[in-house]
Design a protein around this ligand. Structure first.
Ligand SMILES: [Zn+2]
Length: 388
């Protein structure tokens, strides 16, 4: 593996920046995968990449069950005054804010999965013609309701799609693709001159959990995104780190014939990214050790609560020597309460059983203390809290 190269710019990668302490990794669906997480940073373009899981094709065809439960199932982006704002609706709103979509446009959603965003866009901005592409055939039942069969493709792009599209979109798919430079060149070839590429990818700096998500082989930085797009012949219009929490929203344009593209290289930004990535690697290395050290101080058989029911909570459970000591998970999100995680109930904070005095907080450490301090039901209890 010493000859590994950066999948964005092709530069040989040196030693790993991070290696998980055990042969156990967490996937984006909070499941344990029996392999180590190994992460490299590229000194040339600032990209961060994880070694692909061994059986990646089989994983997406068989195990990757993101929201295939039903057509209406959706993730909550945030809860404002008790009202959920769904991720799909938020993505449609940002897209319409950033892209002028002509009524007769051809649009392709690349790596589309269920393509819930484009399905909703069809009702918000009717007139355009949606096309879909994914490496898995499992979503076809969802596609049928809003796309003609001749306008979707599985595994390989259709030959007639060259220079066919006004807009190509990618909502949280580039992070899963082991050879993104190849995919971006393909995407660029599918765009008409002047066409727009629009993507959303996780931002590892604002959501550091992404650093150790093993099925995200790519963790893009602003500099690696700029390099990826530039090398594919696209001009970066915008890389927005604020419109979607924990993510980058990317808008790029294919130059018209005769127009020269303008690649951007920013050495200082690449160096800044590397320093910050090394800091995140240290955080995760220490986090496993700190969980074990906290557990070692518990009474034999003592039960604990875990605050949160997402990735950070799953990381805590995966790092406990005795995860059976978790009595319950707590979460403020009413859509998670009443469900379960690892066979333990997810409860409202006020329902924490009286006999539990220790709480491990599985939240983004940037916000964890503030969030817990603002929950009256927890403030009223004598709790010893562990923070990541
Ligand atoms: Zn690179």
């Amino acid at each position: 593996m010493s000859q590994q190269t950066c999948c964005v710019c092709g530069t040989p990668l040196g030693d790993a920046l991070y290696r998980s302490p055990a042969n156990r990794s967490l996937t984006s669906l909070c499941q344990i995968h029996p392999s180590a997480t190994i992460v490299h940073a590229c000194s040339e373009c600032g990209h961060l990449q994880s070694d692909p899981i061994a059986d990646v094709d089989a994983y997406y065809e068989a195990d990757y069950d993101i929201l295939v439960g039903s057509e209406e199932e959706d993730q909550v982006y945030e809860v404002v005054d008790g009202q959920p704002i769904y991720r799909t609706a938020h993505q449609v709103a940002i897209f319409l804010d950033k892209v002028l979509l002509p009524a007769d446009a051809n649009l392709l959603d690349y790596g589309c999965a269920k393509s819930s965003t484009i399905r909703m866009l069809c009702s918000s901005a009717p007139g355009f013609t949606p096309h879909l592409f994914d490496v898995s055939s499992r979503y076809i039942p969802f596609w049928k309701s809003f796309v003609r069969e001749s306008n979707w493709a599985v595994h390989a792009i259709k030959p007639g799609w060259a220079s066919h599209f006004d807009v190509v979109t990618s909502f949280f798919s580039l992070e899963h693709i082991p050879r993104p430079a190849e995919s971006l060149r393909e995407i660029a070839s599918l765009l008409k001159p002047g066409g727009i590429f629009y993507a959303i990818v996780p931002n590892v700096f604002t959501n550091i959990a992404d650093f150790i998500v093993v099925d995200h082989c790519n963790h893009f930085t602003e500099t690696s995104l700029a390099r990826l797009l530039g090398d594919a012949g696209l001009d970066v219009r915008e890389i927005d780190a604020h419109a979607h929490r924990g993510a980058y929203v990317v808008v790029a344009r294919k130059p018209l014939a005769g127009e020269k593209s303008r690649p951007v290289r920013d050495r200082t930004a690449i160096e800044r990214a590397q320093i910050e990535l090394a800091r995140i690697a240290d955080f995760w290395r220490n986090a496993s050790e700190r969980i074990r050290a906290y557990e070692a101080r518990l009474e034999n058989g003592e039960r604990v609560g875990v605050y949160g029911a997402g990735f950070y909570a799953a990381f805590i459970a995966a790092n406990l020597a005795h995860p059976g000591r978790i009595a319950c998970y707590l979460d403020q999100n009413p859509f998670l309460q009443g469900k379960s995680m690892d066979g333990r109930p997810i409860l409202a904070p006020g329902e924490l059983p009286a006999g539990i005095h220790k709480l491990l907080v599985g939240l983004n450490p940037a916000h964890a203390k503030r969030i817990v301090a603002e929950i009256p039901a927890l403030a009223a209890r004598e709790l010893d809290c562990f923070y990541l």
